[in-house]
Design a protein around this ligand. Sequence first.
Ligand code: RUB
Length: 308
Amino acid sequence: MHREVTKIIKDIKSLKIQGARNVAKASLKALIIVAKNSKAKTTSDFIREFADAEDKLSVSRPTEPMMRNLLRESLIFAEESAKKKTLVMAKKAIVSHEKMLIKKMESDAEKLATYGAKLIPDNALVLTHCHSSTVTRILITAKKLKKKFKVVSFETRPRYQGRKTAKELADSGIDVTLAVDGAMEMFMRKADIVLVGADSITSRGDLINKIGTSTLAHIAKMNDVSFYCAAELSKYSPKTMFGTREEIEERDPKEVWERPPKKVKIRNPAFEATAAKYINGFVTEVGIIPSQSFFAVATEKLGIKLYE
Ligand code: RUB
């Protein structure tokens, strides 16, 4: 495998590249590297190499359907191109296809940010968790629209992605405070809206996002605060259509405590499910939709056939 592809996989696993969109985008870039640098002499050898990279990227983080969906679409396109074209032409077509997918991700994110910015009430206190590039883009767009609001970003143990959110927002001139995860309830009492990202959305409209998200949603409900999730439709997880649960990534316990005493057990689940009933709506590239509609809109827009 090309060393740059190996590096991308390593960076995804280590969270140097984190967040569902960034992970998906990096995996598409990896496929471009494969197509541009392959030394395969025949289309079948090339497809084998491409499929191998697709396979290794797909499992680099287990809870990432956006990456899986886009990689699968790319492999299908590559296989079709290889059937119809010469090796040189197929590789060219694949590179253009991957670039088109990256461009579409960008334009979808832009549309989504415009819808999301409308949700932020003037003079609001917004709570967020972890680092979601989709959420930060919404907040930066709202700021550009001259909305006045403050943000509290929870630090998100054990990897502190909340710090990344806080820095990004502060760099964009947004009034932001970083707080420990345990302070969620305290800040909720004064909050107007909670906005989080998503790694995966199931057929029931449940949201899989960073551990701590469900606690935030429950506290929001208790305090009558709106809870929204910002996610492109491609975060829908098709395997949940047949009742398969989205796998929850369990990370290295050392992230929690590097040298714990011998008898202390450590658990480090990276994500958790938040039930659809706690979610006021999903902010998507086609507008703001209730959690119960996400399945219908996503399967229609993504052209996912039911019962297949
Ligand atoms: C990141 C996380 C983010 C979603 C959405 O977890 O839970 O909320 O991935 O991000 P990790 P985005 O840091 O473990 O990857 O909106 O950028 O897709």
